[in-house]
Ligand binder design. Structure first.
Ligand code: IPD
Ligand code: CA
Ligand code: CA
Ligand code: CA
Length: 281
């Protein structure tokens, strides 16, 4: 059986509390930040709010669970190689928190109100708690392995659409304009005529929460990181959907080329990406 607490301290309660506090602080900083830096490329932004939120999250988790490991985006050197090696170093930890303190930095910087805090807890490499918080809409998405996924106390269920042609799906325009973006654009070109429509709103974690909530029937993106995906993956599977890589292999913490859906459209979706030669690089 899976443990969701140590003594009386619930992992889920700490995840919820931490995501809420960080999200509210981020919202209070909208339009009120000073440092805008670029990371891996000129399109890859970071502010002191990303870093401040991560520090806040790390401190809260460490206070409650001092022996647990934490992998957070702003604690890792920029770029795909460093993210991958940080994950490889840490994925063997018994308890590993995987944190994206602000998913949708570009939106935050421009005041486009679509961003989130994403916090997951993995036990021996398997995600057991996933929380995504959108402070703008005050929407907190929570999942516990084997116990379902909830939004505002209501159990979430993925959409029922059986076909790609009736589906609203989403993707991202990756910051890695050299490798990931061209492949993703190839997928976009091939999928756009096959689906009802496509949204690209700028937060992978929040798009995944929308798949769990049945607002989108699918989402894919090439070249994501573990912290973009981990919490959303549990939300979707607990809401009855499917999470794989773009080749259809089951989700694990190392997946970077992500395909997730309501399950019904999954094979058609994967096949379309494969036909377009858009499954990865
Ligand atoms: C980014 C967002 C964006 C996605 C990028 C991510 P960040 O995360 O999720 O939607 O297209 O690939 O890197 O940097 O804002 O946390
Ligand atoms: Ca970032
Ligand atoms: Ca992110
Ligand atoms: Ca981020």
């Amino acid at each position: 059986t899976t443990r969701f607490s140590v003594g009386s301290k619930s992992f889920t309660a700490v995840a919820i509390n931490t995501a809420s506090k960080a999200g509210e602080w981020i919202q209070s900083k909208l339009g009120d930040f000073n440092t805008l830096q670029t990371k891996y490329s000129v399109h890859d932004l970071v502010t002191e709010v990303d870093k401040g939120a991560e520090t806040m999250i790390r401190n809260l988790i460490q206070t409650h669970f001092p022996t647990h490991a934490i992998l957070g985006e702003e604690g890792v050197e920029p770029g795909p190689a460093a993210s991958q090696s940080a994950l490889e170093r840490m994925r063997g930890e018994e308890y590993l928190w995987i944190v994206d303190p602000l998913d949708g930095t570009t939106n935050f910087v421009h005041g486009f109100p679509f961003f989130s805090v994403s916090i997951a807890l993995a036990h021996k490499g398997e995600v057991i708690v996933g929380v995504v918080y959108n402070p703008i809409h005050n929407e907190l998405y929570v999942a516990e392995k084997g116990k379902g996924a909830y939004l505002k106390g209501k159990k979430m269920r993925v959409s029922a659409e059986p076909l790609l042609t009736d589906s609203l799906v989403a993707t991202g325009f990756p910051a890695d304009k050299q490798h990931a973006l061209p492949i993703n654009l190839q997928g976009l070109q091939s999928l756009t005529p096959k689906v009802r429509n496509i949204r690209v709103a700028g937060s992978a974690a929040l798009h995944m929460a929308y798949v769990a909530a049945g607002r989108l029937s699918g989402f894919w993106e090439i070249g994501l990181n573990s912290w973009d995906i981990a919490a959303g993956a549990l939300l979707i599977t607990e809401a009855g959907g499917k999470v794989t890589d773009t080749l259809g292999n089951p989700y694990n913490l190392g997946v970077r080329n992500l395909l997730c859906s309501n399950g019904h459209i999954h094979d058609e979706f994967a096949q379309q990406l494969a036909e377009a030669g858009a499954t990865g690089f």
